[in-house]
Design a protein around this ligand. Structure first.
Ligand code: ADP
Ligand code: MG
Length: 231
């Protein structure tokens, strides 16, 4: 079953203005449920933009984004909101934790919009933090954590609503190699053990080691798709 399909997607920033950027050029791709894929290419080639389009943050100027067989443009406002709340989880390069609230609250927050009781939210957040080995950090604030710990919290938050698809935008970009290694191991585990579809953006070749389908990008286009066999 297909998770995400893009058909002839074009996207511009500042279209029609002097500063116009043709950020995505005729993108066609298919990501199946349970795949681990990556968008790989140099800075500025359109990797983040493609994630914005997949997550419904940006609308393509032309072409289609098809999510689990349905055109995202045909989703109602409510369906788009549900897709973004429970259909996908996003991991960021800069962690994007809310500095003024505790770790447990950062991880519980995505559940707050689903009408889950506070008690249940905290219970589930603690279970995820435990799985990631950071339950002891629950009562701390983001600034009290190392980068590697903050990214674990970012990952916990992405898992909060148990989405079938995880989008990770340069998740190891700000980490030392030991922590980067840990994050890659987690992504692999979510894919293999939990069956999640993983879509990771990276510009570092070594971080592709567990990826099974690589979309090579250049100047807004996919220039090659490579299928890799398990080692
Ligand atoms: P990557 O994630 O691969 O580094 P991006 O998707 O961020 O690339 O950017 C693709 C292109 O779009 C680049 O030329 C970039 O400068 C441009 N771009 C990105 N975001 C914006 C924006 N908000 N406004 C205008 N141009 C943008
Ligand atoms: Mg980017």
């Amino acid at each position: 079953m297909e998770a995400i399909k893009l058909e002839n997607v074009d996207f511009y920033y500042d279209r029609g203005q002097a500063a116009e950027v043709h950020a995505l050029k005729n993108i066609n791709l298919l990501i199946e449920n349970g795949e681990y894929v990556s968008f790989f290419g140099p800075s500025g080639c359109g990797k983040s933009t493609i994630l914005y389009v997949i997550s419904g943050v940006e609308k393509p100027d032309s072409g289609k984004v098809i999510v689990h067989g349905r055109d995202l443009m045909e989703f109602s406002v409510k369906e788009v909101a549900i897709y973004r709340q429970i259909g996908i989880g996003i991991i960021f390069q800069n962690f994007n934790l809310i500095p003024s609230i505790k770790i447990i609250e950062n991880v519980s927050l995505p559940m707050a919009f689903l009408g889950i009781s506070l008690e249940k939210r905290k219970e589930r957040a603690m279970a995820i933090l435990s799985r990631l080995g950071i339950a002891d950090l629950a009562e701390r604030y983001p600034y009290e954590l190392s980068g590697g710990q903050q990214q674990r919290v970012g990952i916990a938050r992405a898992l909060a609503n148990d989405p079938p698809i995880i989008l990770a935008d340069e998740p190891i970009g700000n980490l030392d190699s030991a922590n980067a290694e840990n994050v890659l191991n987690l992504l692999k585990e979510f894919n293999e053990r939990d069956g999640k579809t993983i879509i990771m953006v990276t510009h570092e070749a070594w971080s592709l080691r567990d990826v099974r389908k690589i979309f090579y990008m250049k100047d807004g286009a996919i220039i090659k798709t490579e299928l890799k066999k398990p080692d």
